[in-house]
Design a protein around this ligand. Structure first.
Ligand code: ADP
Ligand code: MG
Length: 525
């Protein structure tokens, strides 16, 4: 029988061959980031095609920056990106878990077990574990919350830097949290400054914009009033667009200018009529109007960035207008305080409104580390949001995965048929986290895992994980190595999802040319 036209110009691999190639690709990807896991994980130096370099230890950054061709590897990267979006952390763990699940699945396939049986067993395991998590989680107090954020910064920077970033992030998130604990992270502004230590980073209530009012004659501080946000300027050119002027008589030019000034003044009069006391423009404000503004008690700022204007709009519940002429009173916002201040010699305009906001001034010693400090704040803010929204936490250092694997093995005994083997394979797979954490710290992975399992069983504790500084199985609650429940939950969901999707593919049609396989060690399979 001839092949259908749709299959022309394609290379096809089917059945076991397709599966083997796909699993190899997924494992190669997991292998590539394995060495970055945990506080003792090493960094990767990434160089792009223009020679720019980036040193990072963040799984998702490595994967998203790498040029990966293989579609299955791309599926793994998408899982890691989803983990980053939903849980803000656990990106490396998710990929390592999925790689291990697939490796174990391959061993079962070699024993003649059908991939769909494995997929069913994996799905059952996932569903069971999602129930079990409620048995190992607990509510966190403030000290624990700070530990959780510090754990999420593991491997990034030194301990006093982690301490500051954790404290500042949690404070910022608490400042913008609504009564029902919902948080809009866009209400937190991060301003980074070079010079100074990260430990000097601080959070301030309200929105801080590195600007000074346009004239020192204007009030330094205004309380409770109306604010207008103009997505443009207050300039003469605005009124004189498309105007061609033939100057024939002396004095005509001067009277024209006078008329322009009057138009600007009329715009300010309009603001005064609407009760406006603070004005912010994205473009310029004419110098000639400065005095008139301050005489009328208006505090004004020019060249405010669009993103700052948008934040101001949220904080003050205002709408950006294109010009004063199109202003209606609904467009105006209200503020509690609008004041000018200097912090360490730099000018700041601080605005507090009914909409909550917080500004973090992040300090970095040099330009090179600004990016890394910003990434740390991004991560810890993400984790802080999760924690303030839902304070449930679980133990890190592999403890939770071992506790879950122990439960899963007991559950496996209740499952008849070949699916039982898949559930056991899944239990083995999730223990990979402890093994890799140990491996990266130069500690024997197998012995470590067995010791952690034994101590959990003997002390009947779900909190025993690996203390990487001593290599001994220890109580993670006492050491403060804690993670939000959501990270582990999402890692299990994401890893299972991608592993099952890959197991279900038994036919790969390559258009025109064979894709390149990522490099992997020869002895892997
Ligand atoms: P991911 O991208 O998966 O978050 P990380 O490199 O951030 O990867 O490592 C997270 C893992 O490191 C988690 O399993 C966490 O419990 C563990 N971890 C963090 N700090 C410690 C520590 N001090 N001791 C043991 N394990 C730790
Ligand atoms: Mg992490």
């Amino acid at each position: 029988m001839s092949e259908a036209p749709i299959l022309k110009d394609t290379t096809r691999s089917t059945g076991r061959e397709a599966l083997q190639k796909n699993i190899q690709a997924a494992m190669a990807l997991a292998e590539a980031i394995r060495s970055t896991l945990g506080p003792k994980g090493l960094d990767k130096l990434l160089i792009d095609d223009e020679g720019r370099t980036l040193v990072t230890n963040d799984g998702v950054t490595v994967l998203e920056t790498a040029k990966v061709e293989h579609p299955v590897a791309k599926m793994m990267i998408n899982t890691s990106s989803t983990q980053d979006r939903i849980a803000k952390d656990g990106t490396t763990s998710t990929v390592i878990l999925a790689g291990e699940m697939l490796q174990n699945a391959w061993q079962l396939i070699l024993q003649g077990i059908h991939p769909s049986t494995i997929a069913r067993g994996y799905r059952k395991s996932e569903q069971y574990l999602l129930q079990c998590i409620s048995e190992i989680k607990f509510d966190s107090d403030d000290k624990m919350k700070s530990s959780v954020v510090k754990t999420s910064l593991a491997g990034k920077g030194h301990s006093s830097m982690q301490e500051t970033i954790a404290k500042v992030s949690l404070d910022a998130v608490q400042m913008v949290a609504d009564i029902d604990s919902t948080i809009d992270i866009s209400k937190i502004k991060l301003v980074s400054q070079t010079g100074g230590k990260v430990e000097d980073s601080k959070v301030f209530r309200g929105l801080m914009i590195p600007k000074k009012r346009i004239s020192s004659d204007m009030h330094r501080e205004v309380n409770r009033g109306k604010i207008i946000l103009i997505d443009g300027g207050l300039e003469k050119s605005n009124v004189a667009t498309d105007l061609k002027l033939n100057v024939t008589t002396v004095g005509v030019l001067e009277s024209f200018r006078q008329e322009e000034r009057n138009m600007l003044k009329r715009q300010v009069d309009n603001l005064v009529e609407h009760g406006v006391t603070v004005l912010a423009c994205r473009e310029s404000i004419d110098d000639e109007i400065k005095n008139y503004l301050s005489e009328n008690g208006i505090q004004a700022f020019r060249r405010v960035s669009r993103s700052d204007l948008n934040m101001l709009a949220r904080v003050c519940d205002a709408t950006l207008v294109n010009s004063v002429d199109s202003l209606t009173s609904n467009d105006l916002g209200s503020f509690i305080v609008s004041k000018n201040t200097t912090i360490e010699g730099k000018d700041f305009w601080i605005v507090e409104g009914d909409g909550k906001a917080a500004t973090i001034i992040a300090k970095a010693s040099t330009v090179d580390v600004v990016g890394e400090v910003e990434r740390c704040f991004d991560d810890s803010l993400g984790v802080s949001v999760q924690l303030v929204e839902n304070g449930s936490v679980v133990c890190g250092g592999g403890a939770s995965y071992v506790a879950l694997a122990r439960r899963l093995r007991r559950y496996a005994e209740t499952i008849p048929g070949r699916e039982q083997l898949a559930v056991e394979a899944y239990a083995d797979a999730i223990e990979v986290i402890v093994r890799v954490l140990a491996e990266n710290a130069g500690i024997d992975p197998i012995t470590t895992l067995l010791d952690v399992v034994a101590k959990q069983t003997n002390t009947n504790s779900d909190y025993i994980g690996i203390d990487l500084s001593t290599g001994a199985p220890s109580d993670m609650v006492k050491l403060g190595i804690l993670e939000p429940e959501g990270i582990v939950k999402q890692a299990i969901i994401g890893a299972t999802e991608v592993a099952i999707s890959i197991l279900r593919i038994d036919d790969v049609l390559w258009a025109k040319q064979e894709m390149q396989m990522p490099d992997m060690p020869d002895d892997e399979m």
